[in-house]
Design a protein around this ligand. Sequence first.
Ligand code: UD1
Ligand code: MG
Length: 423
Amino acid sequence: MAARKRASTNSSSSTQTKPSDREPPKTQEAAAEAPISAPKSGVILKLTALFSVPYFYLVLYHYKIEQELRNSILINAALSLAAFFVTVKMIPVASRYVLRRNLFGYDINKKGTPQGTIKVPESLGIVVGIVFLVFSILFQYFNFTADSNWLVEYNAALASICFMVLLGFVDDVLDVPWRVKLILPSIAALPLLMAYAGHTTIIIPKPLVPYVGLEVWDLGWMYKLYMGLLAVFCTNSINIHAGLNGLEVGQTVVIASAILIHNIMQIGASVDFEYKMAHAFSIYLAQPLLATSLALFSYNWYPSSAFVGDTYTYFAGMTMAVVGILGHFSETLLIFFLPQVLNFLLSLPQLAGIIPCPRHRLPRFDPETGLLTGTNDGTLVNLFLRQFGRMTEKKLCVYLLVFQALACCFCFLLRYFLAGWYK
Ligand code: UD1
Ligand code: MG
């Protein structure tokens, strides 16, 4: 995508370049140096309170968790809080730098209004990715429950996430064709796949045991293939459920919150040390993911003063895939991803090339009324507009995020009702 934006230095290549070409150079420079709007602290405070109260109640009071493990979780939470503030501070700084290098996007759902002519800095996911990695690496120093086997995988997981941030940024700058985009996550997943020494077995659901004739099935190398495919799915499914202010980060915030609640419930209910460690390590990655994403959300929520870029969508998808793999709850993760699965199924005809796929599969914006109308492109965004009628971008995003939260609640209910019967 950024190649399109970088082409803004080449006046003949894009219609998007026209407004900037007409501006005198001094005005362009001034626009690039102008600070972006302040973070939307009110939204972040409400979201943080909504999540933190039940989460810390579970961590501190509800469950009896060993003191060492609880300390590690709390230290990780404190580091995540620091990571939040660093990200909030760094995004305006990075915005100036990316704008100077012509990495920006126009807000398509505001086309025809003055807001649609503003250059919105792109790829701010790079700040989130770097801050996340720095704090996750620092955390290893404080992890009281350190266990060398886990550290190998933890570092391999960080290497995969780092590789994904790099490839996401490459995509933002070079605008690679989407078929190549599909492959990038499988390359980034290699460090984790190669270092993974955990079990490669799956537990067969109880109702299927008589048919399969096995209770536990060792998939061997196929398990690694499954891990790779999960990484490809999680990254791309977040990236294509996008295009509304706040949607890319919002869905990650909801899923990461659900992952954290799930992990703490599993730790609280289990007595098996290995099992608890698997979920603890998921927490150590999901907490900083949530905190840094919330910081980005404060700029990306409607009206966006920063765009996240494929750097962020790939980073978030890969981190959640890794968390699901190391925590051994990939089935649960896929139910948290229900809207993304639906969006992927709706997208299949266009992704497979059966129906033409335009560069952007976004709704139609009417600058007169400020409302969005669904198009025939196969996305959940368009499906919602067709079902619920025309609405504003903000309202549509809230609807989609509520749907994401409902999918997570559905997953918790399903786990509750199927416990003991399914596995
Ligand atoms: C994916 C989708 C594409 C969708 C795009 C939106 C597929 C196959 N691809 O492409 O249909 O249009 O994401 O992100 O489904 N933008 C906005 N408002 C926002 C966020 C983004 O207008 O809230 C626009 C901006 O111009 C921004 C651009 O989308 O620069 C970023 O698009 P990019 O992430 O490059 O698109 P893809 O991931 O390739
Ligand atoms: Mg994208």
